[in-house]
Design a protein around this ligand. Structure first.
Ligand code: IMP
Ligand code: MG
Length: 186
């Protein structure tokens, strides 16, 4: 267990207060990146005491535990974001490719302002053109699951964040234990 459900809840409340102060008096569009941001977004939105609009986009850049850098699923966003202040909400900032691509597309679609809030940011080298404006927790460069983060669709519903080791060796039955060995190097 890297971050417990209680620690997440406390941090989300603080992020909510900061974001409330930042957008005070305005109506931002919260754009959640599905599916990973599902739990974080719903908790965060309820910690922000503002009238917000909510939209979702579906992107995927991971195949298993390896980032592929491919993004898709940006169609139909134009009306939601044109001329608006957009806050992208995602589970984790890893290589940053997904959110750099998304931010560039939102700019093309005419978003007036783009900010990024992620629950987790991995400490690693990256060449991304954007940085998150709000980060819940910086973490080491390991593959993590839980609270929306998945490994090939699994483990999303774990209440806290856990490190998934040797992802390729984990049999389906391992999901039952909800405890996985710790070695992100593989
Ligand atoms: P990036 O484009 O490399 O920054 O990848 C971002 C996306 O990859 C995130 O929105 C996650 O969905 C996924 N991702 C990155 N790292 C992890 C991880 O450790 N566990 C689960 N998903 C991850
Ligand atoms: Mg994602």
């Amino acid at each position: 267990m890297l971050i417990s459900a209680d620690e997440i809840a406390a941090r989300v409340r603080v992020l909510g207060e900061e974001i409330t102060r930042h957008y005070a008096g305005r109506v931002p569009v919260f754009l959640g990146v599905m599916n990973g941001a599902l739990f974080f977004m719903t908790d965060l939105v309820r910690s922000v005491h503002l009238d917000t609009e909510i939209s979702c986009v579906r992107l995927a850049s991971y195949a298993g535990a390896v980032s592929t850098g491919r993004v898709s699923g940006l169609d139909g966003l134009q009306d939601a974001v044109r001329g608006r202040e957009v806050l992208i909400i995602d589970d984790i900032f890893d290589t940053g490719r997904t959110l750099s691509t998304l931010a560039a597309r939102l700019r093309e679609l005419g978003a007036a302002d783009i900010k990024i809030c992620v629950l987790l940011e991995k400490k690693r080298e990256r060449a991304a053109s954007v940085r998150p404006d709000w980060v819940g927790f910086p973490i080491e460069d390991a593959f993590v699951v839980g609270y929306g983060l998945d490994y090939n669709g699994r483990y999303r519903s774990l209440p806290g964040i856990e490190v998934l080791s040797e992802p390729d060796k984990i049999a389906p039955a391992a999901a039952k234990s909800q405890t996985m060995a710790l070695d992100p190097a593989s």
